[in-house]
Design a protein around this ligand. Structure first.
Ligand code: G3H
Ligand code: 13P
Ligand code: ZN
Length: 284
């Protein structure tokens, strides 16, 4: 099986009222963990690579690993660009066979975000690749800003409607209180805002920065219409903790397989748990 289009998976999720997990990969063990977890849960899954992951592994390695994992998978697997910020980056992913791309123009003024998103759609749609955009600024937990400053960056529902009408984008990442990375306290999601956005646009909504958001809150967001949930940090935490445990137990261990093998297992467990929370178990 080659990569399944992201929008196909999200349309199925819309029909079934669940969310597809989108998990970031940076190396072979995480690629394998994502697909193995999805198979064990019999769930559709989205593997995604950020520009940082592409820089680290090289686009050829990322795509070759993902393609190998997808080709032998018993479940539908998509490969998506996470937070692409330039047209050139998107083109590189299209040439390498990605089945979805995100163009994150959220740091630009509205009309520039619209123009960039439209440019990407014009290149991607004719070859069957769907496009995710971002409106509002999701940002990171490390951003040194107050709660009210963060709220000022939340997605405006009327603007979301206008953005979707102007671009015809396939899915939309929204800022409703989540942030990338490890949270200092418990994140508070603006469900009223989410409800309004969902009532005004009829495309799948994407939740970023979902690691560390309590399962019930993620499930409430899914009940309101979130159809793609992005997870990176929780995988990183489990992966590195497992490596650390091996090395703490035997600081003389020099076999990378003995360090990275348990890390891969730990990643499988985290991803399986997320898939169950998202309601996509058994939906393959
Ligand atoms: O949304 C950001 C993802 O966690 C990717 O992070 O740019 O460090 O690969 P990264
Ligand atoms: P976390 O690292 O906070 O899970 O966010 C992942 C993400 O949004 C990737 O785009
Ligand atoms: Zn993100």
């Amino acid at each position: 099986m080659t990569f399944v289009p992201v929008d196909f998976l999200l349309k199925e999720a819309m029909k079934g009222n669940y969310a597809v997990g989108a998990f970031n990969c940076n190396n072979m063990e995480i690629v394998q963990a994502i697909v193995r977890a999805a198979e064990e849960e019999n769930a559709p899954v989205i593997m995604q690579a950020s520009q940082g992951a592409i820089k680290y592994a090289g686009i050829g390695f990322i795509t070759a690993m993902a393609r190998e994992a997808a080709a032998n998978a018993k479940v539908p697997v998509a490969l998506h660009l996470d937070h692409g910020t330039s047209f050139d980056q998107v083109m590189q992913c299209l040439r390498n066979g990605f089945s979805g791309v995100m163009i994150d123009g959220s740091k630009h003024p509205l009309e520039e975000n619209i123009a960039l998103t439209r440019q990407v759609i014009a290149a991607a749609r004719p070859i069957g690749v769907s496009v995710e955009a971002e409106l509002g600024k999701i940002g990171g937990t490390e951003d040194d800003i107050t709660v009210s400053e963060r709220e000022a960056m939340f997605t405006d529902p009327a603007e979301a409607k206008y953005f979707v009408e102007q671009t015809g984008v396939d899915s939309l990442a929204v800022a409703i209180g989540t942030a990338h990375g490890q949270y200092k306290g418990e994140p508070k999601l603006d469900f009223e805002r989410l409800k309004k956005i969902v009532s005004m646009v009829d495309i799948p909504i994407v939740l970023h920065g979902s690691s560390g958001v309590p399962g019930e809150a993620v499930q409430e967001a899914i009940a309101l219409g979130v159809r793609k949930v992005n997870i990176d940090t929780n995988i990183r935490e489990a992966f590195v903790a497992a490596c650390r445990k091996v090395l703490d137990t035997d600081s003389r261990e020099i076999d990378p397989r003995k360090v990275l093998g348990p890390a891969r297992e730990a990643a499988v467990e985290v991803i399986r748990e997320k898939i169950r929370i998202f309601g996509s178990s058994g939906k393959a």
